[in-house]
Design a binder for this molecule. Structure first.
Ligand SMILES: NC(=O)c1ccc[n+]([C@@H]2O[C@H](COP(=O)([O-])OP(=O)(O)OC[C@H]3O[C@@H](n4cnc5c(N)ncnc54)[C@H](OP(=O)(O)O)[C@@H]3O)[C@@H](O)[C@H]2O)c1
Length: 284
């Protein structure tokens, strides 16, 4: 049997009841890590924790008392933090409600930021640690109808870059994982939240919504599995010199390459085509 590479390491994973977080928890547990897991669905989290012999800390990651319990449960040492809990707030920049935009940042950015702040003293004490933040290719480019989500991931990328430079002297590595579409509950959650807007025929943006099913089908046809992303998270935890960014899946790699090589106006055109941004004459 191959040696378990994370034996005696403590890892904290948020959003562990589904998708990438669940796959990550399983792969880290398989390597022997002692896990502390968080998500809101208490029963589901308890079942995952029982399967992986992990400690469940249920609750909303935006709640400071939940985060405090999570860090306390580590018993004074955290080797790995995977900031994964998140969702996508879809809709035009103009019409997403301010409260929904703020909530997007609370979950995807501020909760992750607060956990980084909370584990840093423990990691500095042990002069080691890995922080892996699940961003997205949306952390590199602002897609239409996903502005608030993209903004929250851009913010996470900026903060991670600064922390990477500050934390390095203590032997703490900060990595971003940037997947393209992944087969998880993500798009169902997004769809559920956006239904009111997509279904509103009086919206000035109604022409943007005509092709959402087709766009989603196209994206999902190129989606990768959550297990594939989890394997990348594991490499960020194990690599001697972890990368600053791990782009996952051909679609995400294509976008990142295009951003590097092509004028932004070309990338804009391609994204407008992909998201079926209507022509002026199609607007009412
Ligand atoms: N799927 C994709 O295409 C894709 C692509 C790029 C990046 N990502 C990123 O990957 C991460 C994971 O998403 P996923 O695709 O695995 O989606 P998912 O299947 O919907 O899983 C999201 C997880 O986050 C938890 N969660 C959501 N809000 C929470 C909150 N307020 N407090 C605590 N836990 C919360 C959910 O559990 P509960 O409902 O039980 O709380 C669930 O375990 C996200 O940061 C997402 O932005 C996803």
């Amino acid at each position: 049997m191959a040696p378990r590479r994370l034996e005696n390491r403590t890892a904290l994973v948020t959003g562990a009841t589904a998708g990438i977080g669940l796959a990550t928890a399983r792969i880290l547990a398989g390597e022997g890590a002692k896990l502390l897991l968080n998500a809101r669905r208490e029963g589901l989290l308890a079942a995952v924790a029982a399967e992986l012999r992990a400690v469940p800390v249920p609750g909303d990651v935006t709640d400071p008392s939940v985060r405090a319990r999570l860090v306390e449960a580590c018993g004074g040492r955290v080797d790995i933090l995977v900031n994964n809990a998140g969702y996508g707030e879809a809709g035009p920049v103009e019409t997403v409600k301010e409260a929904d935009g703020r909530r997007q940042f609370e979950v995807n950015f501020f909760a992750a930021a607060a956990l980084m702040q909370a584990v840093m003293p423990l990691m500095r004490k042990s002069r080691s640690g890995r922080i892996v933040n699940i961003s997205s290719v949306a952390g590199r480019f602002g897609y239409p109808l996903f502005g608030w989500y993209c903004a929250s991931k851009h913010a996470l990328e900026g903060l991670s870059d600064s922390l990477r430079l500050e934390a390095r002297p203590w032997g703490i590595h900060v990595s971003l994982v940037e997947p393209g579409p992944v087969e998880t509950e993500f798009f169902d959650v997004t769809r559920g939240r956006a239904e009111g807007q997509i279904g509103d025929p009086s919206s000035p943006y109604a022409p943007f919504f005509r092709h959402v099913d087709e766009i989603e089908r196209e994206m999902m046809s190129r989606a990768v599995t959550a297990e594939r992303v989890a394997r990348v998270v594991l490499s960020a935890c194990l690599a001697r010199r972890p990368r600053d960014r791990y782009v996952v899946a051909p679609m995400a790699k294509g976008t990142v390459l295009a951003l590097r090589l092509l004028p932004r106006s070309w990338v804009d055109k391609a994204a407008s085509r992909q998201f079926r941004v209507p022509r002026p004459e199609e607007l009412r």
